[in-house]
Design a protein around this ligand. Structure first.
Ligand code: HPA
Length: 317
C-alpha cells in the first residue's frame, strides 16, 4: 500500500505517528522562522486566492501528494497544497484544497490535516468554505461568520472523534458550546468595519449557524425547509470535521462561509397548482444550485475575503 493512501486501516502506525511523520517532513524543509508557524488557514472551494495573500518572497509549498499519509482531493481541478509564508509579520500556512466526506473518505480522514496542524503547533485556525444560504436575509455573495453548527453526519454516527481517543490530542468527551472563538469573531468584524471605513466593501457580513451535510447532492426543497426550521442559516459539505478536530486540541477557530447560492426552499409546485396558477410555477428548475455558480461566486468574493482574513491575522501576536 502506498504511504500516501488515506486508508489507514491496513497501517499499524498511530494517528500521532502519522501526523508526526508529516510534521517531520515539513520541518526538515522549512527555515526556522516558518517552522514556528502558529496560524493556519483552510481555503474553501474557489477561495484558493487566500494563499496568494501570503508574502511572495518567502513562500514554501508542499503538494499533498508529497506528504506522507496526507489525503489527496479527487475532485477535478482541486489542487492540494500547503503554502507557508507571512500575513504581514505573522507566519502562517494556507491549505489550498481539502478532501471531502462525499469523495468516499472516512470522516476522520477529512480532518487529518488538522491533526497535522495540531502536532505542528498551530494555535489559531481560520476555515473558509462555500455554502448555500438558508436564511432568507442572505444573498449570494454575502459572508457569514459561523458562530455555531449542526453536524448532521456526526449526529448520525459519522463523527471524526469516533473510535479510540488519544489523550495526546484531547479529551474523550469534548464540549463544543464555545467552539467559535469570540475574540477572533470580533477581530473579523473589526476588519470588516475598517474596510468599510476605507472603501465601501459592498458585501454584507452576517453571523450564523452552519449545517454540515454529507453531500454530494445539493439539498432538496424539503431538506432545505427542514434545515431552516432547525435553525441553520447556511449549509455546506465541509468544515465541521476540521473544526471538531481543531477544538479537540484546543486550537481556536474562526470560520467563514461565502454564500454562493440561495437555496430553494419553497414547496415544489404541484401539478394542480401549476394548472390553476399564473404560469409562474412552471419552471421548477428555477434557482437550482450548480457547481459552476458556486465556483464563480467564490472567485468574485475571494479578493474581499483575502483582505479581511489578512487584516484579521496580521493583527494577531
Ligand atoms: N448546499 C450544500 N453545499 C453547498 C451549497 C448548497 O446549497 N452551496 C455551496 N456548497
Amino acid at each position: 500500500m502506498s504511504s500516501n493512501s488515506s486508508d489507514f486501516s491496513a497501517n499499524e502506525s498511530t494517528l500521532l505517528d502519522r501526523a508526526n511523520a508529516v510534521c517531520e517532513y515539513i520541518r526538515s524543509k522549512l527555515p526556522d522562522d516558518l517552522a514556528r508557524t502558529r496560524v493556519a488557514v483552510i481555503c474553501g472551494s474557489g477561495l484558493n486566492g487566500l494563499a496568494d495573500a501570503l508574502n511572495g518572497n518567502v513562500r514554501f509549498e508542499f503538494k499533498f501528494s508529497e506528504l506522507p499519509y496526507f489525503p489527496v482531493p479527487t475532485v477535478d481541478g482541486h489542487v492540494g497544497k500547503l503554502v507557508f509564508g507571512y500575513f504581514g509579520k505573522v507566519p502562517a500556512v494556507a491549505m489550498v484544497g481539502r478532501v471531502h466526506f462525499y469523495e468516499g473518505n472516512p470522516i476522520d480522514t477529512t480532518a487529518f490535516p488538522v491533526r497535522v496542524f495540531s502536532v505542528f503547533g498551530i494555535k489559531t485556525l481560520i476555515v473558509t468554505n462555500a455554502a448555500g444560504g438558508l436564511n432568507s436575509n442572505y444573498k449570494a455573495g454575502d459572508l457569514v461568520v459561523i458562530n455555531d453548527h449542526i453536524n448532521f453526519p456526526g449526529l448520525a454516527g459519522w463523527h471524526p472523534l469516533r473510535g479510540a481517543n488519544d489523550p495526546y490530542f484531547g479529551p474523550r468527551f469534548l464540549a463544543l458550546s464555545d467552539a467559535y472563538d469570540l475574540d477572533l469573531r470580533q477581530r473579523f468584524f473589526a476588519a470588516v468595519a475598517a474596510a468599510n471605513a476605507k472603501h465601501k466593501l459592498n458585501r454584507t457580513v452576517h453571523e450564523g449557524v452552519y449545517a454540515f451535510v454529507a453531500g454530494p447532492t445539493y439539498e432538496t426543497r424539503a431538506e432545505s425547509r427542514m434545515l431552516k426550521v432547525l435553525g441553520a442559516d447556511a449549509v455546506g459539505m465541509s468544515t465541521v470535521p476540521e473544526i471538531i478536530v481543531a477544538r479537540h486540541s484546543g486550537i481556536r477557530i474562526l470560520a467563514i462561509s461565502l454564500i454562493t447560492n440561495e437555496v430553494v426552499a419553497e414547496p415544489t409546485p404541484s401539478v394542480a397548482a401549476v394548472a390553476a396558477g399564473d404560469g409562474n410555477h412552471e419552471d421548477i428548475s428555477a434557482g437550482k444550485a450548480t457547481h459552476e455558480e458556486v465556483i464563480e461566486a467564490a472567485h468574485l468574493a475571494s479578493e474581499d475575503l483575502r483582505s479581511l482574513v489578512y487584516q484579521t491575522i496580521s493583527g494577531l501576536e
